[in-house]
Design a protein around this ligand. Sequence first.
Ligand code: 13P
Ligand code: SF4
Length: 337
Amino acid sequence: MTTSDKKIFASIAQNGFFDIEVDPTLDLFEEIKRLKKEKNAVLLAHYYQESDIQDIADYIGDSLGLAQAAAKTDADIIVFAGVHFMAETAKILNPSKKVLLPDLRAGCSLSDSCPPEFFARFKSKYPNHIVISYINCSASIKALSDIICTSGNAKQIIDSLPKDQKIIFAPDKNLGAYINKQSGREMVLWNGACMVHEIFSIEKIAKLKQKHPNAKFIAHPECEEIILSIADFIGSTTQLLKYTQQNESKEFIVATETGILHQMQKASPDKTFIPAPPNNNCACNNCPHMKLNTLEKLYLCLLYEQPEILMEEQLRLAAKKPMDKMMELSKQFGLIA
Ligand code: 13P
Ligand code: SF4
């Protein structure tokens, strides 16, 4: 290893991300393709990633699809173009693989809103309850849960439980409130939320709907109740994408992170997609964590096989149990193969 490589590894170990320049003359698309092949690596990307990363990914999907892709892959290395809890989930499901995240700082405000020590105390106040946690949480929260769900299977999982089963739902209060309303339950909700989905402006969306009277307004269930109350369709990122492909409308106002618009536009080039505006001066909503990943970091990550997700085996096994339950139920419901 050269002195310069040693410095790079030391910096990664200390900071969790690459702090070096990439040769600007490199064709990063070609380099990433070459490294993937050479190292038998698979690149999994969430729909909220920047367009270039989506275009070079081997699999693009929502949290449920990505978890399944991570569990099934026979690659030696999984490069996760997403956020920390997603890469962690891949490691939980596939411990023999090397799991890489291009920037370890790519966290999630929703996951961060549920610290395990506070949640353990909260849980102890409800002894007869089971815990259902949204996948957007840390491995430690997963380990404190009975079943994990995603926005793509939450309702079906909760509907499959006996009506009198007492439930704590964490960490997303908006998804929890939405499921409570849909299923007529009174799950106890942890008070967490996503910084991206909480700031849509109802006034600006109402104005946009007036300007585009034929547009369908579609929203992710992490949005607040008031936003969901005016939506024509509510679903996970994959479900929103499918809706735009199948619905005959030519215009859609989309209330979720803007990365998904890339796939919507690719799938339906003749349709118009308008990002729903937030209550600040921006025209659309980007997740600052998701957008920490770049093509440059992806290239460096493959080249140096760093930063890597590591996990204690005891924690992994405890977090895997509720994940396995989710995968098993999702198969039963025909949501995954
Ligand atoms: P889905 O991909 O499951 O729709 O979740 C969206 C999200 O916020 C991921 O961070
Ligand atoms: Fe977390 Fe929200 Fe970003 Fe998804 S969009 S990673 S829930 S902060």
